[in-house]
Design a protein around this ligand. Structure first.
Ligand code: A3P
Length: 300
């Protein structure tokens, strides 16, 4: 891999994607050691695109029961605890993690790796992959706030400028953004039975239809009876931003890698970038994304 320093952190490029050094080793261990099961489900995204929401929806859909959602796993564990990251948790802790006692069945995993890297050990596995994509300008603003919250500081403009800069160059953690998105977009066109491409904006605009679509893809469609008894609405309520943020997660409230559960929930709005990015920043990003997505058929 090639190396570079961005914002004081060492990044390594592997198979066209930039990783923090410690995650790269985990990616390599994953590729070498992961053995898929046919029933595995992998939730994927570029960071800050709605990963936590999609994890929650996936768990809620797969673990719904006739007695409603009382005592649902999501009421006592966070989406990140229930759907662990491959390279930022499981293979970060061990090159051969024990995957026999995961809390979910079927097994649920998540990742931010691009599709070609994720797929290497999957070979011809029929496991299902769901990707959520979000407007890059909202991703940038969300990341800016997220990083400030991790450091427990006010969000500084200079940090936003450097994030915009690194996104535009494509040299940032899991970047280039456009390669990550396009790998899954193309995968979903080539293999729609195994790769589902979702959009954060669609989930916000038509959550009901999108959850039905997700359930069908995951092989657990709603019955007419469930539809009439309000099962879709119950799942949406359980996974709403406010509900997830305020969950009284027992144990320690730690979601993942020592981060407090609530750090993953902020505004959850479409177009919040308009409150933070300058016109020049937005124009520059738009131009690059337009050029990179041109001809792909991907609606931005
Ligand atoms: P904002 O910072 O724009 O509010 P990720 O889970 O990939 O880290 O993405 C985090 C973003 O998703 C944050 O965006 C967060 O508020 C939003 N989010 C988290 N849970 C959500 C939910 N249940 N519904 C809508 N948005 C949600």
């Amino acid at each position: 891999p090639s190396y570079t320093d961005v914002e004081g952190k060492k990044l390594c490029n592997y198979q066209g994607c930039w990783y923090y050094y410690k995650n790269l080793q985990a990616v390599l261990d994953y590729q070498k050691n992961f053995k898929p099961l046919d029933t595995d489900i992998i939730v994927t995204s570029y960071p800050k695109s709605g990963t936590t929401w999609l994890k929650a929806l996936t768990v809620a859909l797969l673990q719904r029961s006739e007695d409603g959602l009382q005592n649902h796993p999501l009421t006592s564990d966070s989406p990140h605890g229930l759907v662990p990251f491959l390279e930022m948790k499981l293979y970060l802790k061990s090159s051969t993690p024990d995957l026999t006692n995961l809390s979910s069945s079927p097994r649920l995993f998540s990742t931010h790796m691009p599709l070609h890297t994720l797929r290497e050990p999957l070979k011809d596995s029929p496991c299902k992959i769901v990707y959520v994509c979000r407007n890059v300008k909202d991703v940038i603003v969300s990341l800016w706030h997220f990083r400030s919250r991790i450091e427990n500081k006010e969000a500084e403009r200079s940090k936003l400028e450097s994030i915009v800069e690194s996104f535009c160059k494509g040299v940032n953690n899991y970047g280039p953004f456009w390669d990550n998105v396009l790998s899954y977009w193309k995968g979903s066109l080539e293999d729609p039975d195994h790769v589902l491409f979702m959009r954060y904006e669609d989930l916000k605009e038509e959550p009901y239809d999108q959850v039905i679509r997700l359930a069908e893809f995951l092989g657990c469609p709603f019955t007419q009876e469930e539809i009439h008894s309000g099962s879709v609405e119950k799942i949406l309520d359980l996974c709403s931003l406010d509900n997830l943020r305020n969950l009284d997660i027992n144990k320690s409230g730690i979601a993942w890698n020592k981060l407090h559960h609530s750090i993953f929930f902020r505004k959850g709005e479409v177009d919040d970038w308009k409150n933070h990015l300058t016109t020049e920043m937005a124009d520059k990003i738009d131009m690059i994304i337009h050029e990179k997505f041109q001809g792909s058929g991907l609606r931005i």
